[in-house]
Design a protein around this ligand. Sequence first.
Ligand code: ATP
Length: 326
Amino acid sequence: MIATESLSKRFPKVTALDRLTVDIGPGVTGLVGANGAGKSTLIKILLGLSPATEGRAEVLGLDVATEGAAIRERVGYMPEHDCLPPDVSATEFVVHMARMSGLPPTAARERTADTLRHVGLYEERYRPIGGYSTGMKQRVKLAQALVHDPQLVFLDEPTNGLDPVGRDEMLGLIRRVHTDFGISVLVTSHLLGELERTCDHVVVIDGGKLLRASSTTDFTQTTTTLAIEVTDTDAHPDGTRAVRDALHARGVTVQDGSGLPGAGHVLLLTVTAEETYDLVRDVIADLGLGLVRMEQRRHHIAEVFTAGDGQDERDEQRKEAVGHGG
Ligand SMILES: Nc1ncnc2c1ncn2[C@@H]1O[C@H](COP(=O)(O)OP(=O)(O)OP(=O)(O)O)[C@@H](O)[C@H]1O
């Protein structure tokens, strides 16, 4: 879908993209980075709207330097900032954008009605956009990116300004853009956590450089850490402590995992061999406790970033993004 080769964009005072080489295939791909990482700059280059300083890029096999118009016929674009005219209705605006993309009048009206229904705008679509909530405006922006039935869409920070419910709804819509219509998606976010559920692949950039590109499952692969949770009994009113002590006595180091989000009485231990599972089972059975769960922890994408050295000026922003992403 997208291929870049040593792509750079230098402004007088800042290098927005720094020799970025990345291949992006079909599906839903998240482009993640803190504010200023270069996400919007990359999208503008890929649309053929802004020339790269050096390097090259192709979208759907078309060269961004010479075939921008052909790319924009086949690609939808949802910009980051509020750019909607307040005094027209969603229907009028999306029909206009469909006509601009070359659809004849009847097809433009039909596609607009279908697309607005798909993004969840019904009766409101006849009211002026100026009176819409942020969530409704984001839906209009998404609709105009989809109306000409593109093969690929670029969605720049589509969850910006939305509350948690609105964000979840938007992420669900984005997922369906691919599953229902087969349109591939490149979606940017500075929130790592939200992309984990939505994207098949994640590309991470920082300071215009590629940090990592891989499938979401590679990011969230299982760790060697085992999480255990047990019931309490009359004989052992603190079952968690009883298990920890019993495992300690057998030479297994156990950590308290209760600091983890969503982990009440959870113990964490490192699996060193297959026998570790049997040992845990036997210890719990001997104590007469019930085993609530024994599972291998998975990495969260956010953890890829929490091992930073704290030196980089972007670290604070990144940590903030990680925190918000949950
Ligand atoms: N037209 C421009 N002139 C000068 N500098 C620019 C221009 N456009 C972007 N930049 C700079 O390039 C860097 C990357 O900006 P870009 O907008 O691509 O980041 P981003 O990852 O999309 O972040 P955000 O989500 O905040 O938009 C920033 O330091 C920005 O200030």
